[in-house]
Design a protein around this ligand. Structure first.
Ligand code: ADP
Ligand code: MG
Length: 392
């Protein structure tokens, strides 16, 4: 993979695909981790006298302009972190803004996903948008690790149209993930949680061939509990995945992989910060309750299953950590990783945000990845479109 050192950027217009997909509360950025992770590449290009054009997506506006998903607040934060002005282009194809750039200056284009071409499954539609985007620049730097598993115009097509290199974030992320795939130290324990049940069920099949232990919490645990025949009340559930999950349970047993599920949960009356809740056995969730976090016995169990690990990968919060009352399970897993002297990697936007929100030391982990889906697909051994194109 070519890196920034292989590109002569001085005086040239360089399009950087970054991952600036940060959580927002109105216009307030609640976790700026991904913006900070994008700074090393951008500031290196600035120091080397490039005209830097940053592009990125935010949320899922589905191909239409939507002020709710504007990158404008991100431009402001990026400018603070860089210590210099960032010209914000309200147009995605911001020709005018780009033309005004001097060497060493930075512009940020509006949310790529305001354009239907960015995510289009139609190669020709995507390619047409990619050509307009590529027309803004002379060189391309891929640095949006969190998006490299997407076959999107800015990730997959533009680097085929311009001389390109990988940015510092992508290089760093790939180095860590390589360690998780090449001769890792065992026991290897993977902890999965979060809400995107269907996204993650896919990776489990592959992980079952690699891990010694798989701990499952968060919203996805309920599909497993249901597959074992227990009622889960109003908890998150993917009925259509039950057969597949039953298959995983069998496969784990056959392979001798220890699959660990919560034994108790915090069962709330409804999905709210101040909802009433009680601790119940995971096998006895009342019909009118929903599980919003793993319970105290599960926290101890998970910590004990992490204690002797030599390698740990964790993706997905154990509960609705955004609500203080339901952040305890996520905290327990995070603390177990901090206490561990294993090689510990946290992947996933929300998981990384949880670590910071809970005030845990970022250097307590070997690596905090900016990519959730991307790291999971890398670990699965899949070819990531946005990495493959940077490789040739
Ligand atoms: P990541 O971004 O780390 O990959 P996900 O996006 O898959 O993680 O999931 C994060 C979300 O999962 C959080 O917003 C959290 O509130 C939610 N979540 C976790 N456990 C539950 C649960 N039991 N019920 C509902 N939502 C949950
Ligand atoms: Mg997420």
């Amino acid at each position: 993979m070519r890196t920034l050192d292989d590109l002569d950027v001085k005086g040239r217009r360089v399009l950087v695909r970054a991952d600036l997909n940060v959580p927002l509360d109105g216009e307030t950025i609640t976790d700026d981790g991904r913006i900070r992770a994008s700074v090393p590449t951008i500031s290196t290009l600035v120091e080397r006298g490039a005209k830097v054009i940053v592009c990125a997506h935010l949320g899922r506006p589905k191909g239409e302009p939507n002020p709710k998903y504007s990158l404008r607040p991100v431009a402001k934060r990026l400018s603070e972190l860089l210590g210099q002005e960032v010209a914000f282009s309200p147009e995605v194809i911001g020709t005018e803004t780009v033309e005004g750039l001097q060497d060493g200056q930075v512009a940020l284009l509006e949310n790529l996903r305001f354009e239907p071409g960015e995510e289009s499954k139609d190669d020709a539609v995507r390619r047409a948008f990619a050509e307009r985007l590529a027309g803004l620049a002379e060189l391309y730097v891929g640095d949006g690790f969190g998006a490299v598993h997407r076959k999107h115009a800015s990730v997959y097509d533009v680097p085929q149209l311009l001389p390109h290199a990988a940015g510092k974030l992508i290089v760093a992320e790939v180095e860590v993930l390589r360690k998780l795939t090449d001769d890792l130290e065992r026991p290897y324990v993977v902890v999965l949680g979060g809400a995107k049940v269907s996204d993650k069920l896919g990776v489990i099949a592959n992980l079952l061939t690699k891990v010694d232990r798989l701990l499952i919490g968060g919203g996805m645990a309920y599909t497993f509990l249901k597959a074992q025949g227990y009622e889960v009340g109003g908890s998150l559930l993917q009925e259509d995945q039950l057969d597949q999950v039953r298959g995983f349970l069998n496969e784990a047993a056959k392979r001798g992989v220890e699959l660990v599920l919560p034994v108790d949960v915090l069962a709330a009356t409804h999905f709210a910060e101040d909802a009433d809740y009680e601790v119940v056995e995971a096998t006895a969730i009342p019909a009118d309750r929903e599980g919003l976090d793993i319970g105290p016995k599960s926290r101890e169990l998970f910590a004990s299953k992490l204690a002797d690990a030599r390698t740990v990968f964790w993706n997905g919060p154990m509960g609705v950590f955004e609500f203080d009352a339901f952040a305890g399970g996520t905290r327990a897993v995070a603390e177990a990783l901090v206490a561990s002297d294993a090689f510990t990697v946290v992947g996933g936007g929300d998981s990384a945000a949880a670590v910071r929100k809970l005030g845990l030391p970022e250097d307590g982990f070997s690596h905090i990845s900016t990519g959730g889906g991307a790291s999971l697909e890398y670990l699965e051994g899949k070819t990531l479109p946005g990495l493959a194109v940077l490789e040739d």
